[in-house]
Design a protein around this ligand. Structure first.
Ligand SMILES: *Cc1c(COP(=O)(O)O)cnc(C)c1O
Length: 382
């Protein structure tokens, strides 16, 4: 058994990144400034995106998008319930209606077939998730959305560095990335809004800083024009230069992080292949580069004779941390009590919600750590 605790995720931060943050601290300008601008440019270049706005979180990005589109009462937004709660919370807070689509049972991804029947006159937005770092099948989703003239916004919180048919997620369309510490790269907290629609990029840029129509920092001004006026009421979701300095370092190492994650994921797949109670997610067969944000398994609770939460507790006793990504949104207290969806409304989502578990996966892990996780799993199931 392991003698040290293995968390399910841990950021990889190196000395040059610490030094880059310290340099910003010494510079006299620590909030949004030249580093945030540099980070936006570098991220655009990495993804081959047309426009990017650095933000304090992906949640902030989704809020700004809903605000920019004027989504409110009477509007419907289609999203999986197998997602992080932030999307649904924001739809709700905007006064709009979340419409849940079920997912593929083994990739946890939405499909055009599951979404199409849910589209109504009121549908304003569709939010697929690139689950666990695999790319959603965007081609068919784009077809459905564009046929009905509905905006598609990719929840790319798991997908920095992921590719679909050889192109980075973020390269086209509209995508929102997260740099929360568990994600593939981190700023501490942060996010990036990418879009090929320059008007949308400008709206989001304006709304992220009080609606002032200026960034929090203007290069030419060496700061911000003190005379700037509110063009429309906005929010405050700008990314600090402290965070951007870390983000720049992480972006430079993202491909290396993904290589390491892929190696560990392959090891898990090999070792778990003959463990009948453990069902790793399926990897979609279309051409893509998996960013391996998470290694998600489902516990076959019937075969194991144990529920998922017991399984997690037993692993914890053996010094192994795990996570749940995600408990379906419609099964959480508030949404259970207000939406009152009948049980079985989203069968694949509910099946997974009860059985899902994320195993430790981060670039600083050794192959031997994977071996110790699988050994512990076998012991728990024995
Ligand atoms: C982490 C996450 C978010 C939110 O990202 P933040 O940067 O923490 O706001 C949104 N969607 C999904 C699927 C996530 O995993």
């Amino acid at each position: 058994m392991r003698t040290t605790f293995l968390p399910f995720s841990k950021p990889s931060i190196n000395e040059p990144e610490i030094e880059a943050v310290a340099e910003v601290m010494r510079s006299g300008w620590i909030t949004t400034g030249p580093k945030a601008a540099e980070f936006e440019e570098a991220f655009c270049k990495y993804c081959n995106a047309e426009g990017a706005v650095a933000l304090s979180s992906a949640t902030g990005g989704m809020h700004l998008l809903l605000a920019a589109m004027g989504i409110g009462p009477g509007d419907e937004v289609i999203t999986p319930s197998m997602t992080w709660v932030s999307t649904v919370n924001l739809i709700k807070l905007a006064g709009a209606t979340p419409v849940f689509t079920d997912i593929d049972r083994d990739t946890l991804m939405v499909s055009s077939e599951s979404i199409e029947p849910l589209i109504t006159e009121r549908t304003r937005l569709i939010v697929p998730v690139h689950f666990a770092g695999a790319a959603a099948d965007m081609e068919s989703l784009r077809k459905v959305a564009s046929a009905k003239n509905i905006l598609l916004v990719e929840d790319a919180a798991h997908a920095a560095g992921a590719e679909y048919y050889g192109e980075k997620i973020g390269h086209c369309g509209t995508a929102i990335f997260s740099f929360h510490p568990i994600k593939n790269m981190t700023c501490g907290e942060g996010g990036m809004f990418c879009s090929g629609d320059p008007d949308l990029v400008e709206r989001v840029r304006r709304l992220k800083f009080h609606g002032l129509g200026v960034d929090a920092y203007d290069r030419a001004m060496q700061g911000r024009a003190p005379q700037a006026e509110v063009l429309e009421p906005g929010f405050k979701y700008n990314l600090t230069d402290l965070a951007a300095a870390l983000g720049l370092g992480q972006l430079g190492r993202l491909d290396n992080f993904i290589e390491k994650r892929s190696r560990l994921a392959r090891r898990y797949q090999e070792l778990l292949d003959d463990v009948d109670e453990i069902l790793p997610l399926a990897v979609p067969s279309y051409p893509m580069r998996h960013a391996w944000h998470l290694f998600v398994i489902r516990l076959d609770t019937e075969r194991a004779g144990m529920d998922r939460d017991t399984f997690m507790a037993e692993l914890k006793k053996r010094n192994i941390g795990t996570g749940i990504h995600f408990k379906a949104v419609h099964t959480q207290k508030y949404y259970r009590e207000t939406l009152r969806l009948p049980e079985g409304a989203l069968p694949a989502t509910e099946w997974n919600s009860e059985r899902i578990c994320s195993l430790p996966l981060f670039p600083g892990m050794a192959v031997e750590d994977v071996d110790s996780v699988v050994a512990a799993i076998k012991e728990v199931l024995a």
